[in-house]
Design a protein around this ligand. Structure first.
Ligand code: NAP
Ligand code: G4F
Length: 336
């Protein structure tokens, strides 16, 4: 019994929380998940899809709830994935973003420290490529790495930078094992439909099935280094198994525009020219944009033995296939 490792995941209802819970369960961990809200509509799907997860109620903005969560789960590993994570939303809700995505990290670290677990519990902090900002002056040709300059371009990016630095500060000040994963965009079947990749694949499936005529998007030129979420959570786990706490970039080393994503996604349903199906709406444009993100994952590859498995065409293909299957099943139920 004493050998069973225990993990606490904040953000259990999110994309990465789902993939990570599955991975840790397969590895034999006892998995705990922090869930917020009096009536969280996603509680039911966690209970159905991941019945092995023990849910603990709590919120990143409520320090006492985090202390209780840490005491209840007594984790060997704590993965702090919870955040206000949508960049566009963060412009509209900047104070909430600071409270959750920045100060929430401090609350998590303090919960570990003041419960006397500074030496026991290894912490993963979900840092992000949004901290780099993609501006010409600080854009390295070979891609951003762990030593690149930061210049966040959104309330989300700024909040994440605070989280990144307070995590490093607790590592240096209290000798805590806190690893920061600087992750580039990762997507998949579990991605929320508010993010551009899933918004596209979901719409493409519905257009194919005659359930909607077109899709409204914002800017189409930005480029992202898009990988598969299932590959990336494996990297998170590896960071906490490493001999020392450190920062690691996880990325594919390729960058593609939204237009390229559209081309591949529509090709999956036999449409060569996506333009007649896409309308641009300023509502989905941001006050400041990150034009291009490209990561250099060399350090993670060399020190952690991590490597992405799913490539860009493979990612688009599996997302469209998933949405075609789920949308057509939903349509048949509705018409029965
Ligand atoms: P996600 O799907 O948006 O999930 C965010 C999670 O945070 C949800 O479970 C949400 O719970 C929870 N949450 C929000 N506010 C909370 C609060 N006040 N207290 C407790 N939980 C709260 O995000 P993701 O894509 O899985 O990403 C996981 C983490 O990695 C995030 O921190 C994100 O910023 C970071 N990241 C993501 C990417 C990427 O490409 N996916 C890249 C780099 C970094 P509810 O269900 O209750 O809303
Ligand atoms: O899919 P997105 O919303 O992802 P974004 O902004 O790159 O952020 C994601 O990745 C970060 C890592 O770099 C994470 F830290 C963060 O939590 C999140 O997971 O937007 C991607 C691009 C942007 O340039 C956006 O302006 O797509 C553009 N876009 C164009 N039309 C759109 C839309 N984005 C969204 N969400 N919705 C649109 O209609």
């Amino acid at each position: 019994m004493a050998d069973t490792r225990r993990a606490l995941i904040t953000g259990i209802t999110g994309q990465d929380g789902g993939h990570l819970a599955e991975l840790l369960h397969e590895k034999g961990y006892e998995v705990y998940g922090l869930i917020r809200g009096q009536h969280n509509p996603r509680r039911e799907s966690v209970a159905v899809e991941m019945p092995y997860v023990r849910l603990i109620e709590g919120d990143l903005t409520d320090p006492t709830s985090l202390v209780r969560a840490v005491e209840t789960s007594d984790p060997d590993e704590l993965y702090n994935l919870a955040a206000v994570s949508h960049v566009g939303y963060s412009f509209k809700n900047p104070t909430l973003t600071a409270d959750v995505t920045a100060k929430g990290v401090l609350n998590v670290l303090e919960a570990v420290r003041i419960t006397g677990r500074a030496e026991r519990t290894r912490v993963y902090q979900a840092s992000t490529s949004e901290m780099f900002g993609g501006l010409d002056y600080n854009r390295p040709g070979a891609g951003y790495n762990e030593n690149s300059l930061f210049h966040p371009r959104s309330p989300y990016g700024v909040a994440k930078l605070y989280g990144h630095w307070i995590a490093k500060n607790y590592r240096e000040s209290y000798g805590m094992f806190v690893a920061c994963g600087i992750l580039f965009n990762h997507e998949g079947e579990r991605r929320g439909v508010e993010f551009v990749t899933r918004k596209i694949t979901h719409a493409v499936a519905r257009i194919k099935l005659g359930l909607q005529p077109d899709i409204e998007l914002g800017d189409l030129w930005p480029k992202r280094d898009w990988g598969y979420a299932g590959d990336f959570v494996e990297g998170m786990w590896r960071m906490l198994q490493h001999s020392v706490p450190d920062d690691f970039v996880l990325a594919t080393g390729e960058t593609h525009s939204i237009e390229e994503f559209l081309t591949l996604a529509f090709a999956e349903i036999g449409i060569e020219d996506w333009r007649p199906y896409v309308r641009q709406n300023p509502e989905f444009m941001r006050p400041a944009e990150v034009d291009i993100l490209l990561g250099d994952p060399t350090k993670a590859e060399q020190e952690l033995g991590w490597r992405r498995k799913v490539d860009f065409p493979g990612l688009v293909s599996r997302m469209v296939a998933h949405d075609l299957a789920t949308q057509s099943a939903a349509a048949s139920i509705a018409s029965a």
